[in-house]
Ligand binder design. Structure first.
Ligand code: PLP
Length: 357
C-alpha cells in the first residue's frame, strides 16, 4: 500500500514518475540496459542529460548566459563551492535564517571573511529579517541566502536587491514558484526535496561570474570545468538525473511552474487555514514568511505530539515528526504531494483534536 509521505527529504515523488521508471527500468531508451548500467559516454545517456538541461531552462526560464549543472555531493558541498568559485576579495555576506543557512555561513568562514549580516535565530528562525534594514558589506563578493528554510518553515517572499551577486540555496522550494533567474548570480538545490532521489544537485550559474575560481578550488568543484564538460567531467549521478528528467517532464505536462505553484498555494492554504482556526495546533512562523513547502506545527504538549505522530502513522500519514531543533510536527508538502494527501492529513488532525481536546 502507498502511504502519504510527508518527509522533508528524501521525500515523495509523483507516482506516475515512479511507474514510468519501473516500466522502463530494464531497458532504457531501447538500449537493452538499465539506466543504472549504461555508460555515461553513451549517446542515449548524453541525450537524456541534454534534454534534462533543456527542461530546467524551459521550466525556470533560464537565460542563455547561465550554466545549468548536474553535480554530486548534495547542497552541502555547494556550501564550499560557493566561496571557492566566487570569494575573490575574501569577503561575502550571509543571511542566517535557519540551520542550513547557518551551515552555509560556517562553511564560508573556512575560506574568508563570511559576514553574517542578518540572523533570525532570536525567534527560532520564525521570520526573515527586514531586508531593507540590513547593513550590506560594500564590495562583498556575493550575498548568500537560503530562500526556503526547510526545518523552520519560512520563506523569502521577495529577494534582497544589492550590488553583490546574489547566491541562493533553493533546495526545498525549487520549481515551486516562478523566479526571475536573471536576478541571481547562482542558484543551487539538492534534488531530494522537490525534484528527484538524492544524488544530484542542480547549479544554475551566470557564466561570466564563474570563470575565475580560487586557486585552491578542487577541479570537481569548479563550476567552469563542469560547465565546459556539460556536467560529464566525471561519472555523473546518472539515475538521479534520469529521475529528474521524468519529474520535469511530468511537471511540464501539469502546466509548468506557474500551474504547480497555484496548486502548492492551494494545498498550503488548506493546511494553514485549518491550523489557524484550530484550538489545538499552532504554527509559529510569522504569516508573511510562511513556507508553502514545509509546514511545522505543535500542540504545545510533547506527549500529545508523540501520540499524534504515532496515530497518524497508523492512518498511513508518515514522516510527520518535526526536526529535532523544532520538535512537534512538520508536514512537508512538496510538488509531488497530492491534494488528497493534505486533505487526508487535515481529516486526521480534526479527528485527533476532537479526541484529545
Ligand atoms: C536539505 C537541504 C540541504 C542539505 O542538502 P544535502 O543534499 O543533504 O546536502 C541544504 N539546504 C537546504 C535548504 C535543504 O533543504
Amino acid at each position: 500500500m502507498r502511504v502519504y509521505n510527508f518527509a522533508a527529504g528524501p521525500s515523495c515523488l509523483p507516482e506516475a514518475v515512479l511507474k514510468k521508471a519501473q516500466a522502463e527500468f530494464l531497458d532504457f531508451a531501447g538500449t537493452g540496459m538499465s539506466i543504472c548500467e549504461i555508460s555515461h559516454r553513451d549517446k542515449a545517456f548524453g541525450a537524456m542529460v541534454s534534454e534534462t538541461e533543456a527542461l530546467v531552462r524551459e521550466l525556470l526560464n533560464v537565460p542563455e548566459d547561465y550554466a545549468v549543472l548536474f553535480l554530486q555531493g548534495g547542497a552541502s558541498t555547494q556550501f564550499a563551492a560557493v566561496p571557492l568559485n566566487l570569494m575573490h576579495t575574501g569577503k561575502a555576506d550571509y543571511i542566517v535564517t535557519g540551520n542550513f543557512a547557518k551551515k552555509a555561513w560556517q562553511e564560508g568562514k573556512i575560506y574568508g571573511d563570511a559576514v553574517k549580516i542578518g540572523d533570525s535565530s532570536d525567534k527560532t528562525y520564525t521570520y526573515i529579517p527586514d531586508l531593507d534594514k540590513l547593513e550590506y558589506t560594500p564590495g562583498a563578493d556575493y550575498l548568500h541566502i537560503t530562500s526556503n528554510n526547510t526545518i523552520f518553515g519560512s520563506v523569502y517572499p521577495e529577494f534582497p536587491v544589492t550590488d553583490a551577486p546574489l547566491v541562493a540555496d533553493m533546495s526545498s522550494e525549487i520549481f515551486s514558484r516562478e523566479i526571475d533567474v536573471s536576478k541571481f548570480a547562482v542558484i543551487y538545490a539538492g534534488a531530494q526535496k522537490n525534484l528527484a532521489p538524492a544524488g544530484v544537485t542542480i547549479v544554475i550559474a551566470k557564466r561570466e561570474l564563474i570563470q575565475d575560481p580560487l586557486k585552491i578550488c578542487p577541479t570537481m568543484l569548479q563550476w567552469k570545468v563542469q560547465d565546459e564538460n556539460c556536467s560529464l567531467y566525471n561519472t555523473p549521478p546518472s539515475f538521479s538525473i534520469y529521475m529528474a528528467n521524468l519529474v520535469l517532464k511530468d511537471l511540464k505536462a501539469k502546466g509548468g511552474v506557474k500551474a504547480i505553484h497555484e496548486r502548492d498555494v492551494y494545498k498550503a492554504g488548506l493546511l494553514y487555514d485549518f491550523i489557524d482556526e484550530s484550538k489545538l495546533y499552532k504554527n509559529n512562523v510569522e504569516k508573511k514568511y510562511r513556507s508553502i513547502m514545509n509546514i511545522p506545527f505543535v500542540t504545545g504538549s510533547d506527549e500529545l505530539d508523540a501520540k499524534f505522530i504515532a496515530e497518524a502513522k497508523k492512518e498511513g500519514l508518515l514522516s510527520l515528526k518535526g526536526h529535532r531543533l523544532v520538535g512537534g510536527m512538520r508536514a512537508s508538502i512538496y510538488n509531488a504531494m497530492p491534494v488528497e494527501g493534505v486533505e487526508a492529513l487535515i481529516t486526521f488532525m480534526k479527528k485527533f483534536e476532537k479526541e484529545n481536546a
